[in-house]
Design a protein around this ligand. Structure first.
Ligand code: PLP
Length: 397
């Protein structure tokens, strides 16, 4: 049986509601968020609704999650010569956002949760350290209690890369709303989607206002719904705005978020209830955390068994795989300090120093992931459980 093997959650829920919303924008001929002949202001609405959902004061809609990360750095005043601590087990955009501000990432090991090991943060803080970027990988939050205490003690900013974790919670707060600000993605593989898109969430007015100016070519808009720039009052900025078409889709997807999360949880719970947990080690979570279930992650005792498992599942057409091809500190961007510019910006300001991430590599090498596509059905899950049972029996012989 061919098992669905895609990372799509919200994507599978795109339907007539999104189509109707997009059609309305098309008919209005007002696709730009600030001007148009018949403005619908859906980007404003999306920001308001998302802020309400997350329980934060400010949400800024953006063209993608990478832009949200860059603005998180900019809003927190991170710039040339600064260092930002993060784990190397993430998508490269987490680290590129830091480089794009002229700052340098410093990679810290993960623990068995696959998130940054909070116990390794303090010994890596130097005078240059400005922030900790926590990445809530695959819907599971980092140890925010410990991390917030360390940040407070050392006067560091906390940026949450919540691209993969929209809807997960620590105690009663959503991931991405605990630190100084959270960066979210609305790309096709995320909880909800509009193809490409993202947003920044924060309770800090200064972060929001700086990010808002920067994302709009550094302009400062005035008047109802901010149609025009106040002349001359600009900072250096770029264009990271979201279009009304993206926002129309995202707004409809947001209405479906609880349904999407619930279905993922049911899929995960079903698998967990059937798998032999005395043989399979499920990725552990931190205390007081309610994850969102984007994937099933297994930690094996050793790399060889992990590879045998991947090979066995591949024969059954079940796509268990490594989290990624590389840890990001192994990409040339960091391995050879690769820049597009002959000055070698930003490595000419602060050299990238490779830290020892052997522990992360060891965990990475014995970890597999299976995307819990929103299109998985009970027959698929039963087939996966059966194959996992067979593998266990073969290994136990
Ligand atoms: C952890 C992480 N950070 C950042 C991003 C960047 O988001 P986007 O693709 O929307 O730019 C992604 C997603 O693709 C991601 O998975």
């Amino acid at each position: 049986m061919r098992i669905p093997n895609d990372p799509f959650l919200g994507t599978h829920y795109i339907g007539k509601e999104e189509l109707k919303a997009v059609t309305k924008i098309m008919k209005s001929k007002s696709l730009f968020r600030y001007h148009g002949p018949d403005m619908q202001y859906v980007t404003d609405k999306f920001e308001k609704e998302m802020a309400k959902y997350l329980g934060v004061k400010y949400v800024l809609a953006l063209c993608n999650g990478a832009a949200a990360l860059k603005l998180a750095c900019i809003g927190n005043g991170i710039g040339p010569g600064d260092e930002v601590l993060m784990s190397p087990l993430t998508f490269i955009a987490s680290a590129s956002s830091v480089l794009s501000c002229g700052a340098i990432p410093k990679f810290i090991n993960v623990d068995e949760t696959l998130n940054i090991n909070a116990d390794e943060i303090e010994k890596n803080i130097t005078k240059k350290t400005k922030a900790i970027m926590v990445v809530h990988i695959q819907g599971q939050a980092c140890d925010m209690d410990k991390i917030m205490k360390i940040a407070k003690k050392h006067n560091l900013k906390v940026i949450e890369d919540a691209a993969q974790a929209l809807g997960s919670k620590v105690k009663n707060k959503f991931s991405g709303t605990i630190g100084d600000c959270g960066a979210f993605s609305l790309q096709a593989g995320k909880t909800i989607t509009c193809g490409e898109g993202g947003f920044l969430a924060t309770n800090n007015k200064k972060i929001y206002e700086t990010a808002k100016m920067y994302h709009d070519n550094g302009g400062f808009r005035v008047g109802p719904n901010y149609p025009t720039w106040e002349n001359g009052k600009t900072i250096f900025g770029e264009n990271f705005k979201m279009t009304e078409l993206q926002s129309a889709i995202a707004l409809e997807q947001l209405k479906k978020i609880n349904t999407i999360i619930k279905k993922q949880e049911e899929t995960y719970d079903y698998l967990i209830s059937k798998i032999d947990l005395s043989f399979y080690n499920i990725r552990p979570t931190v205390k007081n955390h309610t994850p969102i279930y984007t994937s099933l992650i297994l930690n094996f005792d050793d790399n060889n068994q992990c590879q045998r498992f991947i090979d066995y599942m591949a024969k059954k057409e079940i796509g268990f795989n490594r989290y990624n091809s590389h840890l990001i500190d192994e990409f040339d961007t960091f391995k050879y300090s690769q820049s597009w510019h002959e000055s070698n910006f930003p490595y000419n300001i602060l050299k990238f120093k490779k830290t020892n991430c052997d522990k992360t590599k060891a965990i990475f090498n014995r970890t597999v992931l299976f995307n819990l596509s929103a299109s998985l059905e009970k027959k698929h899950l039963d087939y996966i459980v059966k194959a996992m049972m067979e593998f266990k029996n073969n290994e136990s012989k």
